[in-house]
Design a protein around this ligand. Structure first.
Ligand code: NDP
Length: 283
């Protein structure tokens, strides 16, 4: 009998805890926790993400500073803004919504964000420290997955974890977190030979591929924990994951649904990281 890991419920519980921490910070310092969100251009998906992040800030009591810049903003103008935010004591976290317009060198912009304000955890320094298992800010989606495992007392220690996907924002950092938590980790990608054989070894299988229902029941070991990161539109226009949930679920011990699984945890972890950044700025 499988159990679904309810990301929506866990996110709600965590947001309550974050709200308390935000209050405690205000009480201790007399100041608010501030998150700057920078959006360049009018990408509709980015606009929705930014709106949701600002809404989440309101929910937990973090003060958001939104910067909406036109599509034609120059490299210099963005860099100047980010440099200003980096020096601003009221701002504890800086989030530059990606993707930036094609004429902007995103890497250069991200490099300006000081690592202690890089609440997305995308900077080379934070990723490097994650590899070293040193203090860092961890990318929100992988961090959320670890919190989901923890919430069900699923320890990665000694387990074989297979991660399908090697992106810098999901696949690589979740592989590193699982390794740091003493799992034996295999990372698969589009050039992996015999993906099915790799997946069948997984006690913990993380799918971060971006292809609807890509992980099928014949790829899943009985009793596996299956984490579905995918957010895709199926042929019916509905949101679906990378895992063929209906056919896979009965083989699992635990599985995350889409929607209502990893997704709601991502923005919650952004709030968590912002809070952590603020706390570290005073201690
Ligand atoms: P990317 O497109 O950056 O990476 C996809 C990865 O999947 C790549 O490493 C690619 O391999 C691999 N891949 C593609 N096809 C295959 C294949 N046939 N066999 C094995 N591996 C394959 O995606 P992201 O990591 O950014 O996102 C993955 C999914 O997670 C998407 O659906 C995205 O929408 C979702 N997502 C959800 C979030 C959430 O909050 N829930 C947050 C971020 C992402 P290669 O490197 O060789 O190309």
């Amino acid at each position: 009998m499988f159990k679904t890991i309810d990301g929506k419920k866990l996110a709600q519980i965590m947001r309550g805890e974050i709200r308390n921490k935000v209050e405690a910070f205000k009480h201790e310092t007399g100041k608010e926790i501030g998150l700057a969100v920078v959006l360049v251009g009018e990408n509709p998906a980015s606009q929705i993400y930014v709106r949701n992040k600002i809404k989440a800030c309101e929910e937990v009591g973090i003060k958001s500073y939104a910067y909406y810049l036109p599509q034609e903003t120059s490299q210099n103008q963005i860099e100047e803004l980010v440099l200003g935010l980096a020096a601003d004591e009221a701002i504890h976290g800086i989030l530059v919504q990606l993707p930036l317009p094609a004429h902007i060198d995103s890497e250069k912009v991200l490099k300006i964000i000081p690592r202690e304000k890089d609440v997305d955890g995308f900077s080379a320094e934070n990723i490097g420290n994650l590899c070293l298992n040193s203090q860092c800010l961890v990318a929100c989606t992988p961090y959320g997955i670890m919190k989901m495992l923890e919430s069900e007392n699923i320890s990665p220690k000694g387990k074989h974890a297979v991660v399908v996907g090697r992106s810098n924002i999901v696949g690589k950092p979740i592989a590193m977190l699982l390794l740091n938590a003493d799992a034996t980790v295999t990372v698969c990608h589009s050039k992996t030979a015999d993906l099915k054989a790799q997946c069948l070894q997984a006690d913990i299988l993380v799918a971060a591929v971006g292809k609807p229902r890509f992980i099928t029941a014949d790829m899943v070991k009985p009793g596996a924990v299956v984490i579905d990161v995918g957010m895709n539109r199926g042929d019916d226009g509905k949101l679906c994951g990378d895992v063929d949930f209906d056919n896979v679920k009965d083989k699992c011990s635990y599985i995350t649904p889409v929607p209502g699984g990893v997704g709601p945890m991502t923005i919650t972890m952004l709030m968590y990281n912002t809070c952590l950044a603020a706390e570290r700025s005073i201690h």
